[in-house]
Design a protein around this ligand. Structure first.
Ligand SMILES: [Zn+2]
Ligand SMILES: [Zn+2]
Length: 182
């Protein structure tokens, strides 16, 4: 299956969430909801929807931004959490019961959660989603240091492939770098 892996800026992810809210709920909710993007600490949860007395929030992990997941997987996470939001606006609470599953079927997203959080005010987290494997590893031929693993053929990878000797090892400063194809 040819599903592109997708990199987002936080703004782009927020805009996509707002787009889905406008389609699944309405434009006014899309304009007024607070959408938070975690800055790296949210590592075992892709997203959740929670309420305090006055407001309901959506929060998403920055893991969704860096291109390790397909657009399809990211969209499923976004819609799952918006499904909880819709559920909360509709009946005042949400969980993964048959009411939620009806929403999941209608909007085509995962209806179950991989991890349950037990805090009552938090409705969720999400699903195991397909993880992308890196394809390229940059290795220093002088000291053996692994400079990094990459998902995509970046300008740096292409330059090292062409032996342009532009980039250097952070540990030993050698420009004798090599690409290992993973
Ligand atoms: Zn859920
Ligand atoms: Zn080195």
């Amino acid at each position: 299956m040819n599903t592109p892996y997708k990199v987002f800026t936080p703004e782009q992810l927020r805009d996509r969430v707002k787009l889905f809210i406008s389609l699944m709920i309405n434009q006014s909710t899309a304009n007024n909801i607070t959408i938070k993007i975690d800055n790296g600490r949210m590592t075992n949860t892709y997203g959740y929807c929670y309420s305090d007395n006055d407001n309901t929030y959506l929060k998403f992990s920055s893991m969704l931004l860096d291109g390790r997941y397909t657009l399809e997987s990211v969209d499923s996470v976004l819609k799952h959490e918006i499904g909880h939001l819709l559920d909360i606006l509709d009946r005042g609470y949400s969980n993964h019961d048959k009411h939620f599953h009806a929403i999941a079927n209608k909007y085509k997203f995962h209806g179950t959660s991989g991890v349950e959080l037990n805090k009552s005010e938090i409705y969720d987290t999400i699903v195991k989603i397909e993880k992308k494997q890196p394809k390229y590893r940059v290795v220093c031929n002088s000291c053996g240091q692994i400079a990094g693993d990459y998902y995509n053929k970046t300008a740096a990878i292409k330059s090292i492939e062409r032996n342009e000797n532009v980039y250097s090892c952070k540990r030993c400063s050698s420009r004798d770098l090599e690409i290992v194809y993973l």
